[in-house]
Design a protein around this ligand. Structure first.
Ligand SMILES: [Zn+2]
Length: 71
């Protein structure tokens, strides 16, 4: 049985993530290893919580998550 979950493959280098807020549909771009809680720039909904490492995404993040490499 395959469970569908959002799992990020850990990478040694951090990256920028692009996620859509489910509350207002706004696209947000944030740092995957942010040291602060990530909030939607439009409505302020918390999209990710700081963990000391990689940001833990909340339910407010839609399915459309992309990793952006600026390499
Ligand atoms: Zn929002």
């Amino acid at each position: 049985m395959v469970r569908k979950e959002r799992v990020f493959i850990p990478k040694p280098k951090s990256a920028f993530l692009q996620a859509v807020c489910v509350k207002c549909g706004t696209e947000n771009v944030f740092f995957s290893n942010s040291t602060r809680d990530v909030k939607c720039k439009q409505c302020g909904e918390v999209l990710g919580r700081k963990t000391g490492g990689r940001v833990e995404l909340t339910e407010a993040v839609g399915e459309e998550i992309r990793q952006i490499d600026y390499a």
